[in-house]
Write a protein that binds this ligand. Structure first.
Ligand code: NAI
Length: 304
């Protein structure tokens, strides 16, 4: 009955086929979310190994969901059946909405957007999952900039409820309305934000990490004490150092640096040398087995 419902909904809604560019951490998670909501998803990556990895990872995640009793075997087959893994961008020609989640580099994103626009219909929406680049500058690379918008998921995309939707100055109201309705249908909570560095969450979060690092650098408390205090007294689910280890110190440092520079070096967002050195040393966090804490004896579990 559930499946029938989503099929019916798909015919009513303007978004039927969803293209995803980049099958990494974010792209593969967003693909799962869209496929679960009943969209036909085309997940594209230039790297075949990334596509293979995304497919295996989804199988694992869905098996874990079955074990936990959250979905059944039919649901697993339905979700998997909705995703195709493709290695030619042209395959995304019939996508009503494409969400790009490739490397955080403006020139590379612009090139991919221009190529995609040459294949898709005039009404197709082209979105970026960028954390820190301006949507206006990405939109400016298109013939029809009004079709461009930011749709910013959080990691891990299937688990995190919030999605920021960011219209650029060029974005049309129809494109914004369509995206808000569609992402809401994907069972996410949408916050519409203006196109400014870090949008809402990544801006509010800068002083959270930055001040924690400064407290450590000033010798006031160690990582574990700061994390403990923020969890016990602050009511946070994770302390700042646990969270930075989860996100990755390289990723977190780069976002801070970008927000800092984008705000004309406002000292509120100043990056930390401690984090820079940890990042340079390869102490990236959970993904490298060591960050502010040691994870070598812990199995990294990305299934939820
Ligand atoms: P990732 O490195 O895990 O995945 C990127 C994927 O894009 C790789 O599989 C790579 O092969 C592919 N790729 C690179 N260039 C390509 C091209 N020209 N055409 C097709 N595929 C290409 O990266 P991740 O972490 O998923 O980030 C992707 C985007 O999402 C970035 O813009 C990032 O700022 C943003 N983002 C990341 C978050 C995170 O916590 N990792 C959270 C929210 C947004």
């Amino acid at each position: 009955e559930k499946n029938q419902q989503s099929t019916i909904n798909n015919h009513r809604l303007p978004i039927h086929t969803v293209g995803i560019i980049g099958a990494g951490t974010m792209g593969s998670g967003i693909a799962q979310v869209a496929a679960t909501a009943g969209c036909l998803v085309k997940l594209f990556d230039t790297n075949q190994a990334a596509l293979d990895k995304a497919k295996v990872a989804l199988e694992k995640v869905l098996n874990r969901l079955i074990e936990k009793g959250r979905i059944d075997a039919h649901e697993k087959i339905r979700i998997q059946g909705n995703i195709s893994y493709v290695n030619a961008l042209q395959t995304l020609a019939d996508a009503d909405l494409t969400i790009e989640a490739i490397v955080e580099n403006l020139d590379i994103k612009k090139k991919v957007f221009q190529e995609l626009e040459s294949y898709v219909s005039d009404t197709a929406i082209i979105a970026s999952n960028t954390s820190s680049l301006s949507i206006a500058s990405i939109a400016a690379s298109l013939q029809r900039p009004e079709r461009c918008i930011g749709i910013h998921f959080f990691n891990p995309a299937p688990l995190m409820k919030l999605v920021e939707v960011i219209p650029a100055v060029q974005t049309s109201q129809t494109v914004l309305d369509t995206c808000v309705a569609e992402i809401t249908r994907w069972k996410k909570v949408v916050a519409v934000a203006k196109d400014t560095p870090g949008f809402i969450v990544n801006r509010v979060a800068r002083p959270f990490y930055g001040e924690a690092l400064r407290i450590y650098e000033e010798g006031i408390a160690d990582f574990a004490t700061i994390d403990w205090a923020m969890k016990t007294i602050g009511g946070f689910r994770m302390g700042p150092f646990e969270l930075m280890d989860f996100i990755g110190n390289d990723v977190n440092y780069t976002v801070t640096e970008t927000v800092f520079n984008a705000f004309y070096q406002d000292p509120r967002y100043k990056p930390s040398f401690t984090q820079q050195r940890y990042s340079q040393a390869g102490y990236l966090g959970r993904k490298s087995g060591r960050g502010y804490y040691d994870y070598k004896n812990e199995e990294v579990d990305n299934a939820f």
